[in-house]
Design a protein around this ligand. Structure first.
Ligand SMILES: [Zn+2]
Length: 412
């Protein structure tokens, strides 16, 4: 529900439950002011017994979604009938996680078009220092008031744009898995957000100026991306190789006790680079695949080596099955034809991010040198078992050798 009456609609919906225990509103210090207070007030004035818990900041920064925070939240809450997440990424994931463990329903009052997890069943948490996706459950409904979404901090909206723009390459990566490994794939799920894409891709200036129509397209794309993941039962429709770059940056920052940028801002850069890989590979008339390196780069991953290696070993088994796949030129052409309809050029994606004033260069997302960033991109395919364009590029000899040139061409 994306409407000015969202608060009232949320309360009417919550009242349909047998409310034998209080309704628990969860927010952080910022979202309490933006929408948490009003959510609680609307519930109370409708006669609903509602309580609010504000997840505290950590070391002066916004809360994160990890086991410690989840346990603290869970231990702080009394018995409750329904939970309401008021916020965006972290608050949603924490409420999704706790309500799943308690086996109670939850709703969302969204506060920003910043990420695509609102309607998703997955929790993106940090477990043992590694970004992990855990299956939990989806909310019963998501509510949003347009002027709250339009007036969210701009960096959050720009982050959402990066996450939304990942759709073409993540869909291509998903289809790649179907063609190569006969994995489950659903065109209907991919097409869910197709009609919304022009609303922001063709009007990035509208994102910058907070134009209501452009922000609505963006918010709905992010919402339906979450629906797509829930329907598919996997994050594959909205998370491919472009996401691995962001996950790697997050994990390495955590390992080294450094800050990292917002998810979607990093994903946007990963998306430009994944699109560049597709473009470079697709320019080849033939391709010869060689096996992936048998080991992860321990010098690069350091303390994360064992964790990453477990995922990578799984991938090696899958990748080995396609060693001779394209010895026949027709098979390569067929793969290209199958994926081309999904793809957008790196230039199109970069222009959209640039015009919207979103992150589109390395120096927009932190103090990474070109060399350091290149190493992250060269290694990030190792941290998940799922095959992506990054792996195909490694097997085709484009990665790691061309990584630095592509980075200099597109994101420096
Ligand atoms: Zn994402």
């Amino acid at each position: 529900m994306y409407d000015d009456t969202a608060f009232e609609q949320l309360v009417q919906t919550v009242k349909l439950h047998a409310l034998t225990d209080p309704v628990q509103v969860i927010c952080d210090a910022r979202t309490f002011k933006v929408a948490g207070q009003r959510t609680e007030a609307t519930l109370l004035s409708a006669g609903v017994d509602a309580k609010t818990f504000i997840v505290p900041d950590q070391n002066g920064k916004s809360p994160i979604c990890d086991e410690t925070t989840k346990n603290t939240l869970n231990n702080s809450l009394p018995k409750t009938a329904v939970m309401i997440a008021v916020g965006s990424g972290v608050i949603n994931d924490l409420v999704k996680w706790v309500s799943f463990e308690r086996n109670i329903p939850y709703y969302v009052m969204a506060t920003a078009a910043s990420m695509n997890g609102y309607a998703a069943a997955n929790v993106a948490a940090t477990v043992n220092g590694v970004k992990t996706l855990m299956r939990a459950h989806a909310p019963l409904a998501v509510f949003a008031v347009p002027h709250i979404i339009e007036n969210a901090p701009f960096e959050m909206t720009a982050s959402g744009l990066g996450d939304a723009l990942a759709k073409p390459v993540s869909s291509a990566d998903w289809r790649l898995n179907q063609i190569l490994f006969d994995e489950y794939y659903c065109q209907f799920i991919v097409d869910i957000v197709k009609e919304l894409e022009p609303g922001y891709l063709d009007h990035p200036e509208g994102i910058k100026s907070r134009d209501p129509a452009a922000i609505e397209s963006l918010f709905k794309t992010l919402f339906y991306s979450g629906v797509a993941m829930t329907l598919a039962g996997t994050s594959s429709p909205a998370s491919g190789g472009e996401h691995l770059l962001s996950h790697a940056l997050d994990m390495l920052s955590l390992r080294d006790h450094l800050d990292h940028d917002l998810h979607g801002r990093q994903v946007g850069i990963g998306t430009i680079l994944s699109a560049a890989l597709y473009e470079k590979l697709w320019a080849q008339d033939t391709v010869t695949l060689t096996p992936l390196s048998p080991h992860v780069d321990a010098a690069f991953w350091g303390a994360l080596t064992d964790e990453v290696s477990g995922h990578y070993q799984q991938k090696l088994k899958t990748a080995a099955t396609i060693a001779n796949r394209f010895s026949n030129k027709d098979a390569w052409q067929k793969l290209k034809q199958g994926l081309t309809p999904f793809l957008r050029s790196p230039q199109t994606i970069k222009n959209c991010l640039k015009i919207a004033s979103a992150a589109h260069q390395i120096n927009n997302i932190g103090r990474y040198s070109t060399d350091a960033f290149t190493r992250v991109w060269q290694n990030c395919h190792q941290l998940r078992s799922r095959f992506t364009i990054l792996d195909l590029a490694h097997m085709a000899g484009i990665m790691p050798v061309c990584a630095c040139d592509l980075i200099k061409k597109w994101v420096v």
